[in-house]
Design a protein around this ligand. Sequence first.
Ligand SMILES: CC(C)(COP(=O)(O)OP(=O)(O)OC[C@H]1O[C@@H](n2cnc3c(N)ncnc32)[C@H](O)[C@@H]1OP(=O)(O)O)[C@@H](O)C(=O)NCCC(=O)NCCS
Length: 228
Amino acid sequence: MSKPLVIFGSAEMAELAKFYFEHDSSRKVVAFTVDDAYVKEDQFQGLPLVPFSEVARRYPADAYDMHVALSYAKLNRLRQEKYEQAKAAGYTLASYVCSKSATWPDLAIGDNCFILENQTIQPTVRIGNNVMIWSGNHLGHGTEIGDHTYIASHVVISGHCKIGQRNFFGVNSTLRDFCNIGDDCFIAMGASVARDMPSGSVALAPQAEVYEADDRRAKALKRMYFKI
Ligand SMILES: CC(C)(COP(=O)(O)OP(=O)(O)OC[C@H]1O[C@@H](n2cnc3c(N)ncnc32)[C@H](O)[C@@H]1OP(=O)(O)O)[C@@H](O)C(=O)NCCC(=O)NCCS
């Protein structure tokens, strides 16, 4: 039987983590915690919100596990920092993998991961610690995802890629097979990357042109396609 869970966070990510753990795992969420300076109320989502300095006394690590549920702020550094803080306090950090995802029994996955619906995670994929994978992505066989990385939605990471730490993959980005991505990279939405990326680099894709209603091109295109 899994231990009950304390969630680190008191914002939307924490609310979502509670939802997913409660609807699709054997975990019971019993409380939230944040750093003392961020405690504005004594409850969040109907459960106790406990200052971090008190959490070990009220929810000791031998009886409760923790899950750190924060956003990718500061290119995942905040998530990494709080993950390390919770680990240093002695907690086992629970991972969540949505039952509506396709995975295989050989999946190697670290702690504090948060993996949502409709992934295709092929055999021999390895996922590090504290990795967030939002909905609907493809992770090809042989690929390795480094710690604290965030993958948005509808991202294709082809086979045998090696991804470092704290990277951010925006929606609809694509990585060719056998690419090596360093640490702290920002692959923006729609970027199609076919080469290695050294640490700290950014990949940007062209964005769609948007013509407003009174623009000559907007009017001509709508006339041509929709007869309006
Ligand atoms: C790259 C990204 C941040 C740009 O955002 P944006 O709102 O379009 O930002 P802006 O239009 O204000 O552009 C910011 C700067 O980047 C530049 N830029 C944006 N897209 C660019 C592109 N494709 N090529 C070159 N420069 C670009 C802009 O010119 C601008 O520079 P400037 O300030 O010197 O003019 C955005 O496209 C992106 O990928 N966001 C991630 C979205 C995502 O995946 N979210 C998932 C959350 S779960």
